[in-house]
Ligand binder design. Structure first.
Ligand SMILES: *[C@@H]1O[C@H](CO)[C@@H](O)[C@H](O)[C@H]1NC(C)=O
Ligand SMILES: *[C@@H]1O[C@H](CO)[C@@H](O)[C@H](O)[C@H]1NC(C)=O
Ligand SMILES: *[C@@H]1O[C@H](CO)[C@@H](O)[C@H](O)[C@H]1NC(C)=O
Ligand SMILES: *[C@@H]1O[C@H](CO)[C@@H](O)[C@H](O)[C@H]1NC(C)=O
Ligand SMILES: *[C@@H]1O[C@H](CO)[C@@H](O)[C@H](O)[C@H]1NC(C)=O
Ligand SMILES: *[C@@H]1O[C@H](CO)[C@@H](O)[C@H](O)[C@H]1NC(C)=O
Ligand SMILES: *[C@@H]1O[C@H](CO)[C@@H](O)[C@H](O)[C@H]1NC(C)=O
Ligand SMILES: *[C@@H]1O[C@H](CO)[C@@H](O)[C@H](O)[C@H]1NC(C)=O
Length: 544
């Protein structure tokens, strides 16, 4: 979803387990466009060029990874396919690495932020890619026709959005949202057939954040493409949730008053203090948000300590906190979308959902300003308002709400990714795994439970093919006890290939109190309960 997504993709992963599939050697003559049969016609796609490189002894790891060994160097056939959808005036690049000693599985990798994927992302995720190549997956990633480096992913003024000022490039948008993902499945499998003489025994998709949206899109719209999908902390409800990230900002900008960072920090501390122990253990984590009735507005006028200076909570600070927790509302209080959990730090040194950034050494608070989450800034200005020059700091409540309604009307079917009908995915035998941190500060976790509830309402047996796990205290990046990429790969492979699927996922990380902790996180709608004992041990908790 944001720059953080890359850190997620670059999470440390341990060495791979032995693969279950049989190895298939790359058929002679190997790595050339002719041998891969790339000229084959595919409906709706025209191949523009194909490049192959026989890569030997290549490593993705660098000083980010300690103790590089010979096992971190790989040989593979690097295939870059450039193609267009005739009439769309696009050029999409699909990158595929085919290992000589293949494990029989295809794995497509998703993107992050405004990057659909692409080879640049692989180089930003050395540990993940190393783990996959070590386990001898054939992997693909697509740039969707867009720039794919880190700068592109966080670019608040992407060059491709408009064909001309005010006119959205719908082909490029559809490529980003869905189409290029399906192409990746079709073309990736075709390349594998060309290279190895057989198609993949199993096809997987792995993504988080924007990649999580992509995984859900594939399950909803292209249910035959992948046997197994990992789609973590997903940016589903795409048309709605960017408003959650800037609702506290709207509240401040409308009032023209900006709480001091220490006031916001003190309110976050008060919220955690009020609700932390409702789950039975004081660890800085609110595991049972449903019974947390803390209302920050009751704190107005109460004293707090601002870096040693006795202060009292201002009305605006408590209203800003309330806005961050409740999420966006219409002019008459209509529910629009969810807010953030009360253990999400409001300010978080300028990165939280109600952050206020003040000029250094300034005591004049009216010169402070609330930054907008870059994805919200981009989507509200470009896609919804269609006016890159719009200043989000000076819109009215009505304009804000109009943008929300426009977003839903114009974009839900394109990129909302919230269709609860997964019956075709079920029929195709697909399996989807998702985990989401309950302290996610970028994608409100209730978007995942809202979607899951709607899937369950349609199909009470949905857990047989789609599972959501909530991780108390985990944020969107790597803070708090979260699940490793490799454990997710193990889980989906075991589920798809052996029908084995645990009811819990193992999470590990540091609590806000600085304690290294393990938790077996629960399959939604079950929630984690403290049984007693050392709260850093997973055995002290159970799912109920
Ligand atoms: C691969 O490259 C590494 C680092 O340059 C080198 O130490 C190793 O000997 C090479 N392995 C082979 C098989 O060439
Ligand atoms: C790297 O090797 C050193 C020395 O053997 C060891 O102390 C360290 O724990 C290793 N680091 C990792 C991440 O394995
Ligand atoms: C793969 O091929 C593309 C296109 O030729 C090239 O840009 C890229 O650097 C190659 N990657 C590796 C790891 O060799
Ligand atoms: C096609 O896209 C290129 C940039 O990618 C642009 O320069 C050109 O004007 C476009 N052509 C049409 C017909 O839209
Ligand atoms: C958000 O989800 C949590 C966990 O499922 C639930 O307890 C809470 O009531 C939800 N909050 C809202 C505002 O719906
Ligand atoms: C807070 O943010 C500032 C500015 O981005 C940064 O320099 C500083 O290191 C951050 N502090 C902490 C504790 O993260
Ligand atoms: C505070 O900053 C605002 C906006 O930058 C400015 O208009 C105002 O004059 C400043 N007030 C003081 C007391 O410096
Ligand atoms: C399932 O749970 C068992 C027992 O905790 C564990 O050993 C195994 O690794 C888990 N399997 C997966 C795929 O996570």
């Amino acid at each position: 979803m944001c720059i953080m997504a890359y850190r997620l993709l670059a999470l440390a992963v341990a060495f791979g387990r032995a693969a279950h599939c049989q190895s298939v050697p790359l058929a002679a003559p190997g790595c050339s466009p002719e041998s891969l049969g790339l000229a084959a016609a595919t409906n709706g796609i025209k191949i523009l060029s194909s490049k192959t490189h026989s890569v030997t002894n290549y490593t993705f790891v660098n000083d980010q990874v300690e103790n590089v060994t010979a096992a971190d160097f790989f040989d593979f056939c690097n295939v870059t396919l450039s193609y267009t959808h005739p009439g769309w005036n696009d050029t999409v690049h699909l990158t595929t690495y085919l290992p000589p000693d293949w494990n029989g599985r295809f794995l497509a990798l998703g993107g992050g932020g405004m990057a659909a994927g692409g080879e640049a992302l692989l180089h930003l995720s050395p540990k993940l890619v190393t783990m996959l190549l070590k386990r001898r997956f054939a992997i693909s990633t697509t740039d969707g026709g867009h720039p794919s480096d880190l700068e592109a992913a966080v670019d608040v003024n992407p060059p491709w959005v408009f064909t001309s000022p005010g006119n959205i490039d719908l082909s490029m948008l559809v490529n980003f949202a869905s189409r290029s993902l399906h192409d990746m499945a079709v073309l990736g499998k075709a390349l594998i057939r060309g290279a190895y003489g057989v198609g993949p025994e199993y096809a997987y998709f792995f993504g988080a954040s924007t990649g999580g949206q992509q995984g859900h899109m594939l399950a909803q719209r292209y249910p035959d493409d992948f046997d197994g999908i990992v789609a973590n902390k997903p940016g589903i409800n795409w048309d709605k949730f960017f408003f959650s990230n800037v609702y506290a900002k709207l509240t401040m900008d409308l009032a023209g008053e900006y709480p001091s960072p220490c006031e916001l920090d003190a309110l976050s501390a008060a919220a955690v203090n009020a609700c932390d122990e409702l789950d039975g253990v004081r660890d800085g984590i609110i595991s049972h948000p449903g019974i947390c009735t803390f209302d920050p507005r009751t704190m107005a006028g109460n004293p707090f300590d601002c870096n040693g200076v006795p202060s009292t909570f201002s009305k605006i600070a408590t209203e800003v906190a309330h806005a961050a927790y409740t999420g966006p509302r219409g002019p008459n209080g209509e529910f629009r979308w969810y807010g953030f959990s009360k253990d999400v730090p409001l300010h978080a040194n300028g990165t939280g959902p109600a952050a206020v950034v003040c000029p250094e050494a300034s005591t004049n608070r009216s010169s402070c300003s609330p930054p907008a989450f870059h994805m919200s800034d981009l989507w509200l200005r470009y896609f919804y308002a269609k006016d890159a020059s719009l200043d989000l700091s000076s819109i009215t409540r009505e304009q804000f709400d109009d943008l929300f309604l426009t977003a839903v009307n114009e974009y839900e079917s394109i990129i909302g990714t919230a269709d609860p009908d997964l019956s075709r995915f079920k029929r195709a035998g697909g399996k989807m795994l998702s985990w989401h941190g309950m302290a996610d500060q970028l994608v409100p976790v209730n978007g995942s439970t809202d979607y899951y509830d709607r899937v369950l309402a349609k199909d009470g047996e949905a857990q047989d093919f789609y599972r959501l796990f909530l991780a108390p205290g985990a944020d969107h990046d790597v803070a708090g006890p979260g699940v490793s990429d490799e454990d997710c790969i193990d889980y989906i492979v075991d589920w798809v290939e052996h029908g084995r699927a645990n009811d819990t996922l193992s999470a590990a990380g540091i609590t806000p109190m600085g304690v290294a902790t393990r938790r077996d996180i629960c399959m939604y709608p079950r929630v984690q309960h403290y049984r007693g004992g050392d709260p850093s041990l997973s055995t002290s908790f159970a799912c109920a």
